[in-house]
Unconditional design. Sequence first.
Length: 128
Amino acid sequence: MPLSRLFSTFPRGVTGFGILLLRLTIGSAVILQGQLYLSEYQAPFDKACLLATTALLLGLALGLGFLTRAAAMFVALGAIGIECCVQPSILIATTSLSLAMIGPGGFSLDARLFGFREIVIPRAQRSK
C-alpha cells in the first residue's frame, strides 16, 4: 500500500511565485476582513470576536503557507457561510477553494516542513 502524501509537489520558479502571490492576496484579504470585524464590534468577547480572531489566524496561515489546504478550506467555508450572495465573499470562497486544490507551492512553510527529503544511504563497506 503506497504512502499517501498531502502534497504531491511543491513547485518553485514562476509557478511557485504565482501560488505565493495567490496565498498572499487571499491571506491579506482575510486578515483585513478580520480586522474590520474586530473594529466593528465593541463587546469584550462574543461570536464576532471569535470569528474575527479565526479570520486573522487563517489569513496569517495562508500568507505564510502553513497548513495551506486546511486553512484555505476553512476560509472558503467561512466566506460561504458569512455572506452567500456578496461578490467579494464569493471571490474569496472560490479562490480559497482553488488554492486548497493547488496546494501551498514551493515558497511556503508547508514546503519547508513537509517537502520531499533526500535520504542518502551510504554504501556498506565490505570487510576483508
